[in-house]
Design a protein around this ligand. Structure first.
Ligand SMILES: Nc1nc2c(ncn2[C@@H]2O[C@H](COP(=O)(O)OP(=O)(O)OP(=O)(O)O)[C@@H](O)[C@H]2O)c(=O)[nH]1
Ligand SMILES: [Mg+2]
Length: 472
């Protein structure tokens, strides 16, 4: 159920940038909260911590892995899955320009339902990436410094997020980093307008208006120094203190953050639902159960029509009698009766044994259920029908000129198998197949699957109950 199908990696990213210990990783963790299980929670600490870029994107179930991916437009190669978030030391020998961590969370807002704009006409859903980057250190590690500045912007940016501690906003180091950052912003590719979200962490709420104004003035001044126009820049400022926020304030912050982040997409935000719903809606076309449901119903209908043809009133081979068979030997007599039988049915019913029960394409997530329940039930339902036609064939093969009353003979042989076959088609599985045809008009894949599974449970329970009490 949880296999991702049509969803592929998009090129669009939102990078989170800033000095070491600014609160970049904390911001992302707070944004996803309980969607990230404890062992996979990214590590925030008071010393430089993040070493590899951490891409957070959509997955039906939470998962963390080490991937090789130098550029946003390169496919990711899975190096190994991780069952807990590694600390800086454990990643020390990995090249940050080549390797990244990838954290999948079931946050539907990380799905770009109408694609990332690179598919041309084709708008297949894509994964959006929020990327946590290593912070700038205090300047004594030149290599780390270079890496940090190379990772500031992405190939195509939905937005860039700059994080600074309130207390460091006016610091010299931060001002220099911010200047570098602003010139990288000026050169970067954006979906629409240049979109900058600035988050001030450890900001006491009393200081918020003052800090926000200072931050805005600073950014605008640096932007003007680059010779750029204020109107080109869409700037949104947030001030938070994650350690002192109420649950309600945190939720308000999250909502406002997401709203601003996704704003350039101008795509309706999808309602948050069960992750299976999203997974089921992305099933490839050939996983659709409807054609197999229809085929099953057609098979049962065909069997029913043949059974109805097979008996006309009390006659199993209509209009035939011993008078019309006078003078024939055993073989000729049986042949003539068999031909009349085929004609009445409009086909050779021995073909019935070759009727194929529809199978699901491999690897369908419901293939076990289908083969051990659906196909099995269908075979059981058709068995008495086949048995009836086998009995007819045998009754014809036993015919001799001595039989006086042909119809009486056939009736005595076939009355019960025929009734058994009809009632098998009208049994609980036949009813389920009939009812399930209404699902052909159900547009929501998850409702179709849920209804079908519920009906099949109901049918199984009924059969169990019936089997237990049938003898009483
Ligand atoms: N009180 C308080 N602490 C915060 C806030 N934001 C972050 N912190 C703390 O600051 C420390 C650094 O946060 P991180 O999220 O690790 O910072 P970072 O920017 O990811 O740092 P690097 O990965 O080293 O670049 C952690 O101990 C956080 O818990 C905040 O709003 N208030
Ligand atoms: Mg970090």
């Amino acid at each position: 159920m949880q296999i991702d199908t049509q969803l592929t990696d998009g090129f669009l990213t939102a990078r989170v940038v800033g000095e070491f210990s600014a609160g970049k990783t904390r911001l992302l963790s707070e944004l996803f909260g309980q969607l990230i299980p404890e062992p996979l929670m990214p590590i925030s600490s008071l010393e430089p911590q993040t070493r590899l870029q951490l891409e957070i994107t959509y997955g039906d179930a939470p998962a963390l892995s080490l991937v090789e991916r130098a550029q946003d437009y390169h496919p990711a190669r899975l190096v190994r899955p991780l069952d807990e978030f590694p600390d800086r030391q454990n990643l020390a020998d990995l090249d940050p320009m080549r390797y990244r961590l990838r954290l999948a969370v079931s946050e539907p807002r990380l799905i770009l339902h109408e694609g990332d704009g690179y598919g041309g006409e084709e708008k297949t859903p894509k994964r959006l990436f929020l990327i946590d980057t290593p912070g700038w250190s205090s300047g004594d590690d030149e290599l780390a410094e270079q890496e940090a500045s190379a990772l500031m912007t992405g190939y195509d940016n939905l937005a860039l997020v700059y994080v600074s501690q309130a207390g460091r906003l006016d610091g010299v180091v931060n001002a220099e980093h911010l200047r570098d950052f602003m010139s990288a912003v000026a050169d970067a590719n954006f979906v629409d307008q240049i979109q900058l979200l600035l988050v001030i962490t450890r900001c006491p709420s009393a200081d918020a208006p003052r800090m926000e104004k200072r931050a805005r003035d600073l950014v605008h001044r640096l932007w003007a120094e680059l010779g750029r126009d204020e109107d080109e820049l869409s700037l949104e400022i947030f001030s938070v203190d994650f350690n002192a926020m109420s649950a309600q304030a945190l939720q308000q912050f999250r909502d406002r953050f997401w709203l601003n982040l996704l704003e350039p997409l101008k795509q309706p935000v999808q309602p948050v639902g069960h992750p299976w719903v999203a997974a089921l809606r992305r099933w490839p076309d050939d996983w659709d159960l409807r054609p197999s449901l229809r085929e099953t119903a057609q098979l049962l209908d065909r069997a029913k029509r043949l059974l109805q043809q097979a008996r006309q009133g009390d006659e199993f081979i209509a209009g035939m009698n011993m008078y019309r068979l006078v003078g024939l030997d055993n073989a000729a007599l049986r042949k003539k009766v068999a031909i009349a039988w085929f004609k009445q049915l409009g086909c050779d019913p021995t073909e019935l044994s070759q009727w194929s029960v529809p199978a699901l394409p491999e690897p369908h997530p419901l293939s076990d259920w289908w083969s051990s329940y659906w196909q099995r039930q269908l075979e059981r339902t058709l068995e008495p029908v086949q048995a009836f036609f086998d009995s007819t064939r045998e009754a014809i093969d036993r015919l001799t000129p001595d039989v006086e009353d042909l119809q009486g003979y056939l009736l005595s042989q076939l009355d019960r198998p025929h009734a058994r076959a009809l009632s098998s088609l009208d049994g609980s599985f036949g009813c389920l197949v009939h009812t399930a045809q209404d699902l052909n008009d159900e547009p929501a894949a998850e409702k179709l699957v849920a209804t079908l599974l519920t009906l099949s449970l109901l049918q199984s329970r009924y059969e169990d109950y019936y089997a237990q009490h049938a003898d009483v």
